[in-house]
Design a protein around this ligand. Structure first.
Ligand code: ADP
Ligand code: MG
Length: 442
């Protein structure tokens, strides 16, 4: 790919990011790559079938528009699924696990403040033996994109399957869904269930993608059956159980009933550690590759977003130094990773924070906001809080209703419209709302 194509692709991604917002972008587009540009058509790739169908169903137009803004002659976007070079997981019977990346082991996992607890819990799970009593079940790890969830889950799987008599099965939620749907089609659903229930540790990645009533019901049965039988379940998702909107309450509470651990953003020291571990891994195959300490420091300081970009940075330096047979310098690094350096991500605002700040501002209690009281001094703050929840978070109306004492989504919609209308004509309220937003975004 030429440099102009790369630059253009970076700009298209920039447009896409500002068009759909940071959260949506990282969920769906962070792993989209440019394969080729040919006259009127652009070929893009994503790592999974699921991402492909989701993007096609929901964002096809948007992606095309962003391309056309850079290249008006583009008329078609082809989206393909990349096949990664990966080795298969240790053999499994009826049910095949998702592919495992041989690099994602405990050995290459760098421990830092933000992941100490998650790492310790994962290790504990991996070291368990058949028949041991299970300490926390399920182990539920959540974190934003690129903060090491998959790495940790695959490490558990590798470690668990090496040498022990236990069977550890790693599945993405997507694989779980497709497996189940496929099994239903071929009427082997029973065999699928049996196979699932016959394993010692079930590891499920990216649970936020689990969709559809029947798969969820099946997931719920499987979870209950495994946990009741004393088998270990490990789950990763990009949000806590309480925010998995599409799951029903019973599953949510079951998920929250084990150990829930969050992995925070990667601190600078941890980022440096990850970079070093990546360089060391690359040097195993390319002995002449070296990244001087000042370059590592520079990368760790500036690429703050996530582990995927750190990995990407090292890959680029490696490619560049190989292709041009040049040593890595600070100047080259600055040029090569320019587009990986992002402005600080805006703070993620939680509904609880909104309720707290609004309650404080209007001198009511948080439980007043959630209550069914209808006196004016509570109704208005409640509506303001719902309005802020709709505008400052990505939560859906039904979810917001649920978080405000189990209200209907039409009530939330009414509140949002009401405040929108009032803000447009009431300068004092408008200023109040703006001030609340500032407090929340600080
Ligand atoms: P997630 O599944 O949370 O989106 P990944 O596990 O895929 O994130 O991590 C993204 C990249 O960052 C991978 O290359 C992974 O190896 C690396 N990474 C993240 N955290 C760590 C860590 N603590 N130690 C080593 N590598 C890490
Ligand atoms: Mg992942």
């Amino acid at each position: 790919m030429t440099n102009t194509e790369q630059d253009r692709w970076s700009r298209v991604k920039g447009r896409l990011r500002s068009s759909v917002g940071e959260d949506v972008y990282t969920s769906w587009f962070a792993r989209m790559d440019l394969e080729s540009v040919q006259e009127e058509s652009v070929r893009l790739s994503v790592p999974t079938r699921f991402l492909k169908s989701w993007i096609q169903a929901h964002y096809a137009e948007r992606v095309l528009t962003c391309w056309q803004a850079e290249m008006p002659e583009v008329h078609r976007i082809d989206l393909t699924v990349r096949t990664a070079m990966r080795c298969a997981a240790p053999a499994k019977e009826a049910l095949g696990g998702s592919p495992l990346d041989p690099r994602l082991t405990f050995g290459s996992f760098v421990i830092g403040r933000s992941n100490t607890l998650a790492h310790a819990a994962a290790r504990q799970v991996a070291e368990g033996r058949r028949g041991d009593s299970v300490m926390f079940n399920p182990l539920y790890i959540h974190a934003g994109v690129g903060l090491g969830k998959t790495h940790l889950l695959q490490a558990v799987t590798w470690a668990g399957n090496s040498g022990s008599e236990r069977k550890v099965l790693y599945l993405t939620a997507e694989k779980f869904m497709y497996g189940f749907v496929a099994a239903l089609k071929t009427q082997t659903a029973l065999a699928f269930k049996e196979a699932l229930r016959g394993i010692d540790v079930l590891v499920i990645d990216d649970l936020q993608f689990l969709q559809g009533k029947s798969t969820q019901a099946e997931f719920c049965h499987t979870l209950n059956a495994l946990i009741d039988a004393g088998r270990q379940v490990v789950i990763a998702a990009d949000r806590p159980p309480s925010d998995l909107e599409s799951l029903d309450d019973r599953v949510r509470s079951r998920l929250a009933g084990g150990l829930v651990v969050e992995m925070g953003s990667l601190g600078e020291e941890l980022r440096l550690g990850i970079l070093k571990s990546r360089v060391a891994a690359a040097r195993a195959h390319h002995a002449s590759f070296d990244v001087p300490a000042p370059v590592l420091d520079y990368l760790a300081r500036t690429i703050t977003h996530n582990g995927r970009d750190l990995e990407g940075a090292i890959n680029r330096l490696l490619a560049h130094s190989k292709l041009n047979a040049q040593p890595v310098t600070l100047e080259m690094a600055e040029r090569e990773v320019r587009d990986l350096i992002r402005p600080q991500e805006p703070k993620r605002i939680k509904i609880e924070d909104i309720q707290r700040v609004v309650a404080r501002q209007y001198n009511v209690s948080r439980s007043d906001l959630l209550s069914s009281r209808r006196t004016a001094n509570v109704v208005r703050p409640r509506q303001v809080a719902m309005y802020l929840a709709k505008t400052l978070t990505l939560r859906s109306l039904p979810e917001i209703g649920r978080r405000f004492g189990g209200r209907d989504h039409t009530t939330v919609l009414h509140a949002v419209r009401k405040i929108e209308a009032l803000v447009a004509k009431d300068a004092a309220l408008c200023e109040e709302v703006e001030s609340l937003k500032r407090q929340l975004q600080e």
